[in-house]
Design a protein around this ligand. Structure first.
Ligand code: NAP
Length: 300
C-alpha cells in the first residue's frame, strides 16, 4: 500500500511531488496525460511567478516536472475513474490499474465554465472555444469575440489581438475583474474593442460560428467565440467523501478536507486566489498535512 497518491500533475500536484519526495514518502503521481502543467499549459505569458520575469506555461510546467522527477517522484499515465474507501484508506481505480493508498492529495484542478447560451454547445469546436492559446491560430486574420472579464479573458484578448483581424471583448459589467496591469494593456491595445455592460444572448451559425447576438440587440459578425467566464472544479471523484462549496472542495490552507486521508490542493479547493504561486503553496502544505495524518494513524 502507498503512503500517498497524488492525483493530478498541475502546479499543485508537482509541488506536492517534490515535497513528498523530500519527505521520503512512498507515493505515485497519477496523471491523465504525460504532459505536466495542467491549466498553465494554456497560458503563453506568465509574469507573476517569482523567480521568472516572463515564462510560458508549457516551459514552467516542464521545469516543475523535471524538478519532481529529479527529486525521485514516480509518474504513471492513467485516468482515475473512481475512488473507493477501504479499510486502510482508499482504492484509486484507474483505466489501467488500481492503486491502494493511505492518503490522497487531490489536485485535479478546474475546467472552463460554460456560458450557457443558445448555440454554445451546438457550435463548440466549430468556432466556439475555451482555449485561445490552443485554437487562436485557426482564426488568424479573422474577427473573433471573447466573453469574460477576468485574467483569462484579458490574456486571451491580448493574445488574439496579435493574430486576429478584429477582437471584441465582451464583459457583463463596466469594470474588469482581472489584474490591473492586464486591464491597462487591454485598454491601450487599439486592436481590442471593449464592449462593457454587454452580454451574449445567442451564438449563431449554420455549421460554424457566423455571429453573436448581444443583449442590446446588436449582432457582431465573428468567426470565433472564445468563452472565458471562469472555471469549475474537477471535484466529482470525491464528492461523496468531501464537503463542497459550489463544486470546490472545502479546505483551508492546510488542505485538510472533511474526509479523513483526502487533502485538496490547487484550484480544486476553496480559496481566494487561484494562481500558480498559491497552487504550489498548497502542494507543500498538503504534504505537511499528509505527514501529520500518517503519524497519527501509524500510532493508533
Ligand atoms: P474569473 O476570475 O472567475 O473571471 C470570470 C469572468 O467571467 C468574470 O469577469 C465574470 O464576470 C465573467 N463571467 C462569469 N460568468 C459569466 C456569465 N454567465 N456571463 C458573462 N460573464 C461571466 O475566471 P478566470 O479569468 O477564468 O480566472 C480563473 C482564476 O485563475 C482566477 O483566480 C484568476 O486570477 C486565475 N488566473 C491567474 C492568472 C495569472 O496570475 N497570470 C492567469 C489566468 C488565470 P464578473 O466580473 O461580472 O463576475
Amino acid at each position: 500500500m502507498n503512503d500517498l497518491i497524488i492525483a493530478g500533475s498541475g502546479p499543485a500536484g508537482l509541488s506536492a511531488a517534490v515535497y513528498a519526495s523530500n519527505a521520503m514518502l512512498d507515493f505515485v503521481v497519477i496523471e491523465k496525460f504525460p504532459m505536466s502543467g495542467g491549466q498553465i499549459l494554456n497560458t503563453y505569458d506568465i509574469n507573476n511567478y517569482p523567480g521568472f520575469e516572463q515564462i510560458d506555461g508549457f516551459s514552467l510546467g516542464q521545469n516543475f516536472r523535471k524538478h519532481a522527477e529529479k527529486a525521485g517522484a514516480r509518474f504513471v499515465n492513467d485516468e482515475i475513474k473512481s475512488i473507493e474507501r477501504t479499510n486502510g484508506g482508499y482504492s484509486v481505480i484507474c483505466g489501467k490499474n488500481r492503486y491502494e493508498t493511505k492518503t490522497i492529495i487531490y489536485a485535479l484542478g478546474a475546467a472552463p465554465r460554460k456560458l450557457g447560451v443558445k448555440g454554445e454547445a451546438e457550435l463548440s469546436g466549430r468556432g466556439v472555444s475555451y482555449l485561445a492559446t490552443c485554437d487562436g491560430n485557426f482564426f488568424r486574420g479573422r474577427p473573433v469575440a471573447i466573453i469574460g472579464g477576468g485574467d483569462v479573458a484579458l490574456e486571451d484578448a491580448l493574445y488574439l489581438a496579435n493574430i486576429c483581424s478584429e477582437v471584441y471583448l465582451i464583459h457583463r459589467r463596466n469594470e474588469f475583474r482581472g489584474a490591473k496591469y492586464l486591464q491597462e494593456k487591454v485598454i491601450k491595445n487599439e486592436r481590442i474593442r471593449i464592449l462593457y455592460n454587454t452580454q451574449v444572448e445567442e451564438i449563431l451559425g449554420e455549421n460554424k460560428v457566423e455571429s453573436v447576438r448581444l443583449n442590446n440587440g446588436q449582432t457582431l459578425y465573428v468567426d470565433g467565440v472564445f468563452i472565458a467566464v471562469g472555471s469549475q472544479a474537477n471535484s466529482s471523484l470525491v464528492e461523496e467523501f468531501c464537503e463542497l462549496d459550489r463544486g470546490f472542495i472545502k479546505a483551508d490552507e492546510s488542505c485538510v478536507t472533511s474526509a479523513d486521508g483526502i487533502f485538496a490542493a490547487g484550484d480544486v479547493r476553496t480559496k481566494r486566489l487561484r494562481h500558480i504561486c498559491t497552487a504550489v503553496a498548497d502542494g507543500a502544505n498538503a504534504v505537511y498535512s499528509v505527514e501529520e495524518y500518517l503519524k497519527k494513524i501509524n500510532t493508533q
